[in-house]
Design a protein around this ligand. Structure first.
Ligand code: AMP
Length: 411
């Protein structure tokens, strides 16, 4: 099925041709016609599936029609959990709307200066992409007129709930016209999402796009067993010197570890930098720009900072520390294998990580093979910890029911 068969107008088709897209992805094939028909949508899909275009293209299509009334505010509002994702959605809107006459994009995220945002909000624009926390401030200060809003998009709704944005979202939605289209995208459509959708969507069409990135063969997953921190660092060094590695994201458990490890890697000559939530937004933007332009080869990041990150050069994702949840694992490895390319996801695990690895394997319904690197073979093996004996402390830890595991520090 071609893009033109989906019913999109010529301005948008031209932008898609400019972007080099030839065929719609499965989520686009299903969501675009349904949204063009005016339905509310409840869509399960992951980053990497082409979901941004799936909601942005039909929304932009509506901009060719005159607004329902003369006003200054947005016609399309997209809420996203993180600033990085907001930027990517804003970039996508600009890319797909470049031939439309009135498709100006404004992005409102925490960390940006208020005077700049206030100026942008005072201008005429059609698309507003925002994180809920900052948008609330702006809504409450009365700077946004929603009276001509056509479409509300909730992007990565599950993540917004995880991050505690529910009240902010409800407050914002209460200010929007009742007569609007609402498109909700989420990695999972569980009970929480159903409850959220119940109050905000009108007889939605449900679209489920099955496999998360981990199920797709394009990301090859591997485990490397490490005997300790020194061994982990040696393994990482060797991986980063592999010739087929274009760019890598290395995930650490904490912001401090991200800084420390990026510093260590830089010292031994890698073009490396850290990305985490304690950095100023301008610093983060600069780092991401360097990554996109290929000036950085290794990005050392925390989960939240790398959320939604979409850089096509990322050939490897390396879990220096395993993530706190299986969902985070899937999100992390989805940073590679973007736009149909292949990727490698390597997790450096210690013998205590057995339960985490099994939980990931259960969730992704795949077993992850253990690899070794010649000359750096581990002495330990990844095996189920011995069962507890009466009177002894806990032998293994249960990933889901215990406090977060103590993390290996990078230094
Ligand atoms: P998303 O799931 O929205 O994060 O998109 C993942 C990546 O796929 C982005 O880099 C998009 O630019 C790209 N993409 C989206 N739709 C298509 C398509 N139909 N053909 C080729 N690339 C696409």
């Amino acid at each position: 099925m071609s893009f033109s068969a989906l019913g999109l107008n010529d301005f948008i088709l031209r932008a898609l041709a400019d972007a080099g897209y030839r065929l719609p992805t499965p989520v686009q094939q299903q969501a675009v016609p349904a949204a063009l028909a005016g339905r509310d949508l409840l869509v399960s899909s992951r980053t990497g599936s082409g979901k941004t275009a799936a909601f942005m293209l039909p929304s932009l299509h509506r901009l060719a029609e005159p607004a329902r009334r003369e006003a200054r505010g947005p016609r399309i509002l997209v809420l996203t959990p993180t600033r990085e994702l907001a930027r990517q959605v804003a970039d996508a809107a600009q890319k797909y709307g470049r031939h439309l006459r009135h498709a100006k994009v404004v992005s409102i995220v925490g960390g940006d200066a208020y005077p700049v945002q206030n100026r942008m909000l005072a201008s005429r624009y059609e698309i507003l992409v925002a994180t809920p926390g900052r948008l609330i401030d702006q809504v409450e200060s009365g700077r946004i007129d929603f009276s001509r809003l056509d479409v509300l998009v909730l992007d990565e709704a599950d993540r917004m709930l995880d991050m505690g944005f529910i009240e902010d979202i409800e407050t914002i939605v209460a200010r929007l016209p009742r007569e609007r289209q609402t498109l909700l995208f989420s990695a999972t459509l569980d009970g929480r999402i159903a409850r959220l959708a119940g109050g905000m969507l009108n007889d939605p069409q449900r679209i489920e796009i099955a496999p998360p990135p981990a199920h797709e063969a394009q990301i090859e997953q591997r485990l490397l067993v490490a005997d300790g921190l020194t061994h982990k660092n040696q393994l990482l060094d060797r991986i980063l010197r592999e010739t087929d590695l274009r760019q890598a994201i290395v995930f650490t458990a904490t912001k401090r570890d991200a800084d420390a490890l990026a510093g260590d890697l830089e010292q031994v000559g890698f073009a490396a930098a850290a990305l985490h939530g304690d950095m100023k937004q301008s610093q983060r933007n600069r780092t991401l720009e360097h990554l996109r332009r290929g000036r950085l080869r290794v990005l050392v990041a925390t989960d939240v900072a790398a959320r939604g990150l979409d850089v096509q050069g990322i050939s490897h994702v390396i879990n220096f520390d395993l993530p706190k949840s299986v969902e985070d694992y899937v999100h992390r490895i989805g940073r590679t294998g973007r736009a149909g390319q292949t990727g490698v996801a390597i997790s450096l695990v210690g013998r205590n990580d057995y339960h985490q690895v099994k939980a990931i394997e259960r969730y992704t319904r795949q077993s992850i093979p253990v690899h070794t690197i010649p000359g750096l073979e581990p002495k330990s093996v990844l095996a189920r910890p011995a069962p507890r004996k009466a009177g002894q402390g806990k032998g293994g830890r249960d990933w889901h029911n215990s406090r977060p595991a103590p993390r290996v520090r990078a230094r």
